[in-house]
Design a protein around this ligand. Structure first.
Ligand SMILES: Cc1cc2nc3c(=O)[nH]c(=O)nc-3n(C[C@H](O)[C@H](O)[C@H](O)COP(=O)(O)OP(=O)(O)OC[C@H]3O[C@@H](n4cnc5c(N)ncnc54)[C@H](O)[C@@H]3O)c2cc1C
Length: 314
């Protein structure tokens, strides 16, 4: 255990941002609004930075316990990557004016962990924090998961941009969709979100308002643990393969004028290993990447710029 003076010294040294707002969706899910002390560099919708807290900080009791940490480690920061999300609408129900945003929003779930598995380092500490508390924010904003890859359809009337996320994988999509809406994208925009329970859909209310304003936008919510869906779980893969998604969006996903963005759980993505140019697909339920490649889409891989883009969270 470090003494109070050392903790203050380390906090002053490492913390360079303030938590200015926390919207707790429920006990293990929240939107964190953070104001860095430094001017936020230009970054692209979909990119991420890091958040960090000292190992000296207390951990949430409802997560797997960590062993006694060596004193040297307790003086360090635990840092993790977080996609920049977006509040989307302001209090008046209008698309947020960029001039009024002086904070970064992050959509984060507390990882509980399991006995014998890796001990989650950051989120059990983050979820004990309150408004006004200090935090470390990475000064580098980076990532290839951006809208740059859809330049070919950006001006195509009636084209289609599909965003599919599991859990907090919705975060970067909020920032990307906000960008498409504010820059007058003329194609259709679809946001598919699969979560365990309806209560996990932190942004749904805002999107239902947006759907009324923007007829080219549709929001698709899928739950896997609600009593009405438990016996008939629909994952993104099923929603696409059954044709239900295309029916709701009112058109086919055509590789000529569609881009699909996937973020979150690796099982939903189903990223293949590539050996000597050959794709080896993961075993088990087919992921969205393979489903879409079977339909003539191409995933981003190395120098191959395709129309399936993904961000893996773990
Ligand atoms: C580019 C990028 C962007 C990310 N953006 C976000 C984001 O916007 N919001 C967000 O909540 N997370 C995001 N993550 C995940 C994040 O970096 C952390 O891994 C996560 O918050 C858990 O941190 P932790 O230190 O508590 O646990 P860790 O020590 O990171 O992980 C402990 C274990 O939990 C697993 N795990 C990690 N995340 C999850 C999860 N969400 N659900 C279930 N198991 C998980 C890991 O595989 C590991 O085995 C992102 C990851 C990457 C690579």
């Amino acid at each position: 255990m470090l003494d109070e003076g050392t903790i203050k010294e380390l906090s002053d040294k490492y913390y360079n941002g303030t938590i200015v707002g926390i919207e707790r969706t429920h006990e293990t899910l929240a939107l964190f609004r953070i104001k860095p002390d430094f001017p936020v560099p230009e970054y692209k919708p979909g990119q991420y930075t890091t958040l960090g807290l000292g190992y000296w900080e207390p951990r949430h009791e409802d997560t797997v316990k960590d062993g006694e940490l060596a004193e040297k480690k307790t003086r360090r920061l635990v840092r993790r990557a977080y996609s920049v999300s977006h509040p989307v609408l302001d209090e008046g129900g209008e698309l947020y004016d960029p001039a009024k945003i002086d904070f970064l929003e992050f959509f984060i779930v507390m990882v509980i962990g399991r006995e014998g598995g890796p001990v989650p380092g950051l989120t059990p500490r983050l979820f004990l924090k309150n408004e006004g508390d200090r935090i470390n924010v990475g000064q580098k904003f980076t990532g290839e998961y951006t809208l740059d890859c859809m330049q070919d359809i950006r001006d195509t009337v009636g084209s289609l941009a599909v965003f599919a996320g599991t859990g907090t994988g919705e975060g970067p999509h909020n920032r990307m969709i906000w960008d498409l809406l504010t820059t007058g994208y003329q194609g259709k925009i679809a946001s598919i979100n699969v979560v365990r329970y309806k209560k996990d859909l932190a942004y749904e209310e805002k999107y239902r308002l947006l759907e009324k304003k923007y007829p080219n936008l549709t929001y698709h919510a899928l739950t896997t643990r609600e009593s009405d869906t438990l016996q008939n779980k629909v994952y993104v893969q099923d929603y696409i393969e059954s044709g239900a998604f295309e029916e709701k969006v009112g058109r086919k996903m055509d590789s000529a004028d569609t881009h699909i963005f996937l973020c979150g759980n690796p099982a939903m993505l189903g990223i293949p290993k590539v050996r000597e140019g050959k794709k080896i697909w993961p075993e088990g339920k087919m992921g969205v990447i393979q489903i879409m490649e079977n339909r003539g889409f191409v995933m981003d891989y190395g120098r191959t710029k395709g129309n399936i883009h993904y961000e893996k969270y773990w």
